[in-house]
Structures are given as structure tokens and as C-alpha cells.
Design a protein around this ligand. Structure first.
Ligand SMILES: Nc1nc2c(c(=O)[nH]1)N[C@H]1C(S)=C(S)[C@@H](COP(=O)(O)OP(=O)(O)OC[C@H]3O[C@@H](n4cnc5c(N)ncnc54)[C@H](O)[C@@H]3O)O[C@H]1N2
Ligand code: MOO
Length: 401
């Protein structure tokens, strides 16, 4: 049987991003800030206020006007708590002020209380040199009214939502949720909760991907478990015409029972099949009756790796997210790699004393590895590594959300 060349990971990545850009999920809906976690911003967020809206104190202490301070203690003319509107500062006096409270008109300096002495007569002695504007958070120092604070395509997480709240926003325009039909293929699969018959295993890929897709803000249609049967496969695929993406696992290798991949190859439009990636070689990308489909390999670790590195960026780019590449960094290998591989290899690893150490079992059929690891180490095809050589480490935290 003739072996066709495998597609390089970079080429597959680029191809997926191009496919995604041709088919953006452009519909916009407005959602309450409290429901916007994980969604993608559809319009720029423009500040409608200066932040802070007025100069305020960065410290608990005293506000004063520098020219009033000639070394003599100053009387306290008012106390300003956060949330209060102060009177203009009476000349020749200081104001007791607390962190976050508005600096009164006329004051140009705040001294922290630790550097002052409160005298028995109620006046305050300042003992340290004072600088103009010290400990004052200036109006608009964070952002000015009219400035863009978040660009289109930003994923909304705690910091972005907090920022929107600081501008008084109650709802945000976001891209609608992608409708992802999740399909598991394989005669051996059984739902957790059912008894296991001979040769059967529990369907773990469905749960793994369902949880992940939810984190990515997708609306998931559970298309169930599909037996290795061509008629049923065609019928089920045709029921999924409304999906933005069919995401399946299993059945894309070359065995006789792998009818799913065969149908995609023969009756669908294929964009990618057989990648130079380990695990994950049989990843298949294309369309069936016009609906985009990403068919992940069935081995749990293979579906996890290919979803993390290829399907996730594709989905995010369809939502207009620009930053779809996980942040990664170089670390010294805490292992040697003596056999160069033909595929780019991703190995389950942890960082120990600054070095990447490998999980003992790198089999693509194993999922425990992924629960143990902090990330994936990338080993480039046709290379060997000595201990201490630099390797790329992709933290799992970068791809799991
Ligand atoms: N002769 C060859 N055999 C295989 C090749 C090859 O090139 N030539 N490639 C191997 C590679 S690499 C992979 S990866 C697997 C992937 O095959 P499939 O995508 O067709 O996956 P299945 O055969 O359906 O299943 C593989 C494995 O994973 C288990 N599985 C499947 N679905 C689930 C699920 N939802 N939850 C838990 N586990 C699942 C399944 O029982 C199998 O053990 O093919 C190699 N073979
Ligand atoms: O590419 Mo496969 O996922 O090695 O087992």
C-alpha cells in the first residue's frame, strides 16, 4: 500500500485558520456582563468615562496644598471618605483623606499617615519632603473617555469583564455561540452509567470535549454515539446540517471499521488528512454536505492534542479571535531523545526544577498522562535531544480554556 506524504503541523494550522476566516461566525448578540464569560467581543469597547473619573487618593493620609506647608503643622479642615464629595481645601489647612476618596480642589499632594504625626491640638505635622501630585491617582490615568479599551475579537475573561464593569457597562455585544455537533464514533463505546459488555469501553472523548467546548463558549449539540455503520453514518451526518461545525472523534484511521473517515474522504470535500503529528496523525478536516467537519482521531490523547493545537485555534478564529496561538516558552529538556521521529511529537510533561520531565506512559490511548501533566513538550521531526537541550513547552493552561 502506497504511503502518502504527511502534512506538516504548520501547514495544517495555516490551512485551518484560512478555512476559519472564510467562514466567520459573524452574528452578534448582546449579553449581560455577568453572562459574558468566555464570549468574544463583537464591537470595540470604547470608554464612556475617564478612569478614574476624578483625581483620588492612593493612600490613607492627608491631602494638602504644597505652598501651604512651610514646616509648621497644619489644622485638619475636613475628613473625606471614599464615596464622598469634598469641599474645596481651605487654604492653610489639610484634609484627612482615605484611599479612593476624591482629592479636594486646591490640594496637590497626599502624604501617607505613617509619615505624619497627629498632635494633641488636632494639627498634623509633616516630617518628610513632599512632592507635587504624590499619592494622587490622576483623572484619566487609566483611560480617557473616547479611547478604545478592548478591540473586536477579544475573549472576555475576568479582567476584561471587570474593566467593562469599571466603565459602568451592563451588557456587551458578543459573537453568537458557535453551534458544535459533537459526535463519537465506535461500536465499542458505551455511555458512563451503562454496564460494560465484552470489548466495550466508556466514551471519554465526549465528556472531555463537551467540557472544553463549553469553556470556549460553544453551544453543543450532543449527536451521540455512532456505530461503525455507513448507512447510519450518512443519515446522522445529514441530520447535522444546522451545525457550524461537526466535531467527531474516532473512525478516521485506515481499518475496515473506520467507515466514518472513509465516507468523509469519498463523499465529503477533504481539506486535510494525515498529519505529521504524534499523537493525532489521522486528523481529518473537510466538509460534509457543506457543513465544516473536524474529525479527531479516537485515541483520547490524540483527540486532546489535536483539539488543543488545531481545532481550538480554528474555532476561535471563526469567532474573530486573533491571538489563537498558545503562549509557549523554551525550557531545558529533563530527558534525552535518541530516536528521531517522522512526525512532530507532543509529549506529556511537567516542569520540575525548571526542566521538562516526561510522563512515564506517552501512549495515545492513555488519558491519565494529561491529568498528570502541566503541559506538552514539542519535539521537532527528524531531531534528537540530549538532556539540557532547549525544548518548546506549551502549558496546558494556555489551551484548556
Ligand atoms: N494500520 C494502521 N492503524 C492505525 C493507524 C495507521 O496509520 N495505520 N493509525 C493509528 C493512529 S496514529 C491513531 S491515532 C488511531 C486513530 O484511529 P481512529 O481515529 O480511527 O480511532 P478509532 O480506531 O475509532 O479509535 C482509536 C482508539 O481510541 C478509542 N476511542 C475511540 N473513541 C473513543 C471515545 N469516544 N472515548 C474513549 N476512547 C475512544 C478506541 O476504542 C481505540 O482504542 O489509529 C491507529 N491505527
Ligand atoms: O497519531 Mo496516533 O494519535 O499516534 O495514536
Amino acid at each position: 500500500m502506497k504511503k502518502s506524504a504527511l502534512i506538516a503541523v504548520e501547514a495544517a494550522f495555516e490551512c485551518l485558520l484560512q478555512l476559519a476566516e472564510k467562514e466567520p461566525i459573524g452574528d452578534v448578540e448582546r449579553v449581560a456582563l455577568d453572562d459574558a464569560e468566555g464570549r468574544v467581543l463583537a464591537e470595540p469597547l470604547i470608554a464612556s468615562l475617564d478612569l478614574p473619573p476624578w483625581p483620588n487618593s492612593a493612600m490613607d493620609g492627608y491631602a494638602l496644598r504644597l505652598v501651604d506647608w512651610i514646616g509648621e503643622p497644619l489644622a485638619v479642615s475636613q475628613t473625606i471618605f471614599a464615596g464622598q464629595a469634598p469641599e474645596p481645601l481651605q487654604s492653610g489647612t489639610c484634609a484627612r483623606i482615605f484611599t479612593g476618596a476624591p482629592v479636594p480642589k486646591g490640594a496637590d499632594c497626599v502624604e501617607l499617615q505613617e509619615n505624619t504625626e497627629l498632635l494633641e491640638d488636632g494639627r498634623v505635622r509633616f516630617s518628610q519632603a513632599l512632592r507635587p501630585r504624590q499619592n494622587i491617582r490622576e483623572q484619566g490615568q487609566e483611560t480617557r473617555c473616547g479611547e478604545t479599551v478592548l478591540v473586536v475579537g477579544t475573549r472576555l475573561g475576568p479582567a476584561q469583564l471587570g474593566l467593562a464593569a469599571s466603565l459602568g457597562i451592563v451588557e456587551l455585544p458578543v459573537r453568537r455561540r458557535p453551534r458544535v455537533a459533537l459526535l463519537s464514533t465506535g461500536d465499542e463505546l458505551v455511555r458512563p452509567g451503562q454496564p460494560l459488555g465484552p470489548g466495550q469501553i466508556y466514551n471519554s472523548n465526549r465528556t472531555l470535549l463537551l467540557s472544553w467546548l463549553k469553556r470556549l463558549g460553544c453551544s453543543v449539540l450532543d449527536a451521540g454515539i455512532l456505530p461503525d455503520d455507513p448507512q447510519l453514518t450518512r443519515a446522522r451526518l445529514e441530520e447535522l446540517a444546522e451545525a457550524d461545525l461537526i466535531l467527531s472523534t474516532g473512525g478516521v484511521s485506515v481499518g475496515e471499521a473506520d467507515c466514518f473517515g472513509q465516507i468523509l474522504r469519498e463523499e465529503g470535500e477533504l481539506a486535510l488528512w494525515k498529519l505529521a503529528i504524534k499523537p493525532g496523525k489521522p486528523l481529518t478536516v473537510g466538509r460534509y454536505r457543506g457543513v465544516p467537519i473536524i474529525a479527531l482521531p479516537g485515541n483520547p490523547a490524540s483527540s486532546l492534542v489535536t483539539f488543543a493545537l488545531l481545532a481550538r485555534p480554528y474555532l476561535l478564529r471563526r469567532l474573530g479571535v486573533r491571538a489563537v496561538m498558545p503562549l509557549a516558552f523554551q525550557v531545558p529538556a529533563g530527558f534525552a531523545w535518541s530516536k528521531p521521529g517522522k512526525r512532530r511529537e507532543y509529549l506529556w510533561a511537567r516542569l520540575e526544577n525548571g526542566r521538562a520531565v516526561l510522563y512515564s506512559n506517552q501512549s495515545p490511548g492513555v488519558l491519565l498522562s494529561a491529568t498528570w501533566a502541566d503541559g506538552l513538550v514539542e519535539v521537532i521531526e527528524d531531531t534528537t535531544l540530549a538532556e539540557g537541550d532547549s525544548v518548546r513547552f506549551i502549558p496546558l493552561s494556555e489551551v484548556l480554556g
